[in-house]
Each structure stands twice: as C-alpha cells, then as structure tokens.
Design a protein around this ligand. Structure first.
Ligand SMILES: CC(=O)N[C@H](C=O)[C@@H](O)[C@H](O)[C@H](O)COP(=O)(O)O
Length: 68
C-alpha cells in the first residue's frame, strides 16, 4: 500500500504553508528487495513492521527454513 500524507517543515509550518506530498509504502514489506521497489511505486518512505519487530514470526521463518 502507498499512503499519501503531507509533511510540513518547521519553516513551512510557521508560514502556514503545506510542504510537498509524502507517500509511504506500508504493510507486508518483509525483504530489502521489496523495500527497494517502493520508490518506483511512488513512495518516498517505507514502513517495515512485522519483518523487524515480530520475534515469533521471525523465529517461524528461521525454523521453517531449517525444516524444509
Ligand atoms: C499490527 C501493527 O502493529 N500495525 C502497525 C500499527 O499499529 C503498523 O504501523 C504496521 O507496523 C505497519 O503497517 C507495517 O506493517 P507490516 O507489519 O505488515 O510490515
């Protein structure tokens, strides 16, 4: 998913202006290769959650790799 929001720099915020749109790719990005695809999809940032925070899911991938 690519979500669009707006980022205001402190200077722009002080002027009451809106800065350039920011688009974040988020959800089910689990590998560096998937993250690397984000700019081509129009994203300026990537949010990685489960792949780097969920120890149970990471352990399952490791165990599955050992047993398959
Ligand atoms: C469940 C949960 O904690 N969701 C978070 C919000 O509460 C999200 O920010 C995700 O971490 C983010 O969308 C990344 O998603 P994925 O976990 O698919 O990489």
């Amino acid at each position: 998913m690519v979500a669009e929001g707006r980022v205001a720099t402190p200077a722009r915020a002080a002027e009451g202006r809106i800065a350039t749109p920011a688009r974040a790719a988020e959800g089910r990005i689990a590998t560096p290769a998937q993250a690397a695809e984000a700019p081509a999809a129009g994203a300026s940032s990537v949010v990685v959650g489960t792949a780097v925070t969920a120890s149970t899911a990471l352990t399952r991938l490791f165990v599955d790799g050992l047993t398959s």
